[in-house]
Design a protein around this ligand. Structure first.
Ligand SMILES: *Cc1c(COP(=O)(O)O)cnc(C)c1O
Length: 246
């Protein structure tokens, strides 16, 4: 049986090996533990092993865990689709938001950041499309619109633009998609030098992301095991019609 310590070491070894193979300093890569669906006690266990960055994809779940873990020096990240009316709550927790894909959301976060006197760090989520090039329906801005969105977000009070984020398309090779993301990130960075981070790579594809220059990998399954329920991001795909399961 593997322990959390075994799994954390194995993931760190993967990150370090992939970074070195790409000629990069492993210390330049942040490991974000995506703890969605797992209880606060599981977060506490990993924190005791030195893990500091944790990610959630539902505002309520984040607020609940953060409240249970205020005694720990954790950095929270929000990686799910975020409704504007939940933005202030997420911002108040000091969370880094990886999923900004529209200006209205950046403005809502900015208002909360300005009120708190602490800018909200944000990533712009890019839609890398599906295997046939269709919109991936997992959130994210159209790549063609990202440079203009970056300009507008950079001009928004109360937010600080850290870079771009993306999820690799399902059912397609992640490498070429991450390469497109990296090219877009470079273009954004030319105009906004502070946007130096790239949030890309998950359990299955972190090596490909590190080749493309990811500075922050978001890992759930490889650290915690297979999630007990379909992850929260899929809830938005549930049918609102009359279709019955089974
Ligand atoms: C769940 C999730 C992850 C982690 O995925 P794993 O495949 O479990 O490592 C990373 N990023 C986002 C946006 C997620 O929703």
């Amino acid at each position: 049986m593997t322990t959390p310590a075994d799994r954390l070491r194995a993931v760190r070894d993967r990150v370090d090996a992939a970074a070195r193979a790409a000629g990069r300093d492993p210390a330049s890569v942040t490991l974000l533990a995506v703890s969605k669906t797992w209880p606060a006690a599981t977060v506490r266990e990993l924190a005791a092993l030195g893990q500091a960055d944790f990610g959630e994809n539902r505002a309520q779940e984040l607020a609940g865990k953060a409240a249970e873990l205020t005694d720990l020096p954790l950095r929270w990240h929000f990686v799910g689709q975020l409704q504007r009316n939940k933005a202030a709550a997420v911002a108040r927790l000091g969370a880094v938001v990886h999923s900004v894909d529209r200006l209205s959301l950046a403005r809502a976060l900015g208002r909360a950041g300005a009120e708190a006197g602490r800018p909200v760090e944000v990533f712009l989520q890019v839609d890398l499309g599906g295997p046939q090039g269709e919109a991936a329906a997992r959130g994210g801005a159209d790549p063609a619109e990202v440079p203009a969105l970056a300009d507008a977000v950079a001009d928004t009070e109360g937010v600080s633009l850290r870079g771009l984020m993306a999820v690799a398309p399902r059912g397609a090779a992640p490498g070429p998609a991450f390469a497109r993301l990296a090219a877009l990130a470079e273009r954004v960075r030319a105009d906004h030098p502070g946007a130096r981070d790239l949030s890309a790579g998950m359990s299955a594809d972190l090596e490909d992301a590190l080749v493309a220059g990811s500075t922050l990998v978001r890992v759930g399954t490889a650290l915690f095991g297979v999630r007990p329920l379909p992850c929260g991001q899929d809830e938005s795909h549930q049918s609102h019609g009359s279709q019955q399961p089974g």
